[in-house]
Ligand binder design. Structure first.
Ligand code: AHR
Length: 334
């Protein structure tokens, strides 16, 4: 057995080999773009979840810009939405003795081991856009993220206002199973609609934060509904809403008109959908998590002072009245 690639499967590149190659690709990616030791620049590794959504791509691009503007050498590893790839990338960063690690944790549990390794190597870790569950919060320096419970509450309160006391059956598209943002957005939304009896979720499933999965899920929801009135769709991100809009339209329904839509992120495509009358609202999540996170690392390196555990980014509701202006502005930024 090859120690690098593990057991071979019959017929060449089987699942084991593909998995090992993916892992190698992640580690290789982590190594790309690293400056030679001793060039004096601060070196930071970013274990990024993947490129599942427009928001994620914007966060990655923003991180590159923010690092460049601070003369930081940033290496980004794309984990293709797998926790084991993120852990491998972090180990590669630790081996390179980077000055700090940014981690966007795909799921909330299972990080203590690799965080202990980072701490043993005296490498501070800042979480970005998602939180983790741990008994040992000292294992990471800080986190830069929105309050996802609050995001869900904003979405739920909006829908309660729009339903205006009428019966409202809601279809929910959840984010990645086990991700803090999916758990918390659901919690906030559930709490907000629990204040009234007329709004209730009748179907809920994960669309994994992607357009394609959400479209599939929405198609199966519509089928299962068998013509019952669908009042609203709540999607944990805009990309899933775009997939849902396609499925609803293909089924002859009118999202943004007879079916209310509310989602989270604020990507250009959702503003375009609002301009076209196919979506009703979104709650903005700032894609600039890296700017504040890099500033935390710089300050910590300079002073050794431990920053607050959570730097909260703002969440704001947007509706069609400003959609055209927001679309024009964001198109250039994303
Ligand atoms: O963690 C942030 C979420 O992850 C964004 O809302 C979503 O688009 C992304 O995939």
């Amino acid at each position: 057995m090859d120690l690098m690639t593990g057991p071979k499967t019959k017929g060449g590149r089987g699942p084991m080999k593909t998995k090992a190659l993916t892992a190698l690709a992640v580690v290789a990616l982590a190594l790309v773009g690293c400056a030679k030791p001793g060039d004096g620049r601060m070196k930071v590794g970013f274990a990024q979840i993947g490129s599942e959504s427009g928001w994620r791509a914007a966060e990655t691009n923003t991180a590159k810009r923010e690092a460049a503007s601070r003369n930081i050498d940033l290496s980004i590893a794309d984990a293709q939405q797998r926790q084991e790839n993120e852990i491998r990338a972090m180990r590669a960063f630790i081996a390179q003795r980077v000055d700090g690690i940014l981690l966007a944790p795909v799921v909330s549990t299972g990080w203590d081991g690799v965080l202990e390794e980072a701490r043993a190597a005296k490498i501070p870790v800042v979480l970005m856009d998602r939180q983790i569950q741990t008994e040992k919060p000292d294992l990471y320096l800080s986190s830069v993220a929105a309050d996802s419970v609050h995001e869900g509450q904003i979405a739920g309160d909006w829908l309660v206002r729009k339903a205006a006391g009428k019966p409202c059956r809601v279809l929910e598209l959840q984010g990645t199973v086990g991700a803090s943002v999916a758990i918390d957005r659901k919690k906030g939304f559930d709490e907000a609609i629990a204040k009234t009896a007329n709004v209730r979720i009748v179907r809920t499933q994960s669309g994994d934060f992607t357009r394609s999965k959400a479209k599939e899920v929405m198609e199966s929801f519509v089928k299962a509904e068998q013509g019952q009135p669908i009042c609203a769709v709540f999607a944990h991100n805009d990309d899933m809403m775009i997939g849902a809009i396609q499925a609803l339209e293909e089924a002859g329904l009118k999202p943004g008109q007879s079916v209310l839509t509310i989602s989270i992120d604020g990507v250009p495509d959702i503003f375009k959908a609002m301009v076209d009358g196919k979506a009703n609202a979104t709650v903005e999540l700032s894609p600039n998590m890296a700017g504040p996170a890099l500033d935390l690392l710089i300050a910590y390196k300079k002073t050794g002072k431990v920053p607050p555990k959570w730097i909260k980014t703002q969440s704001k509701l947007y509706e069609p009245d400003t959609a055209q202006a927001e679309y024009d502005r964001r198109k250039a930024l994303y």
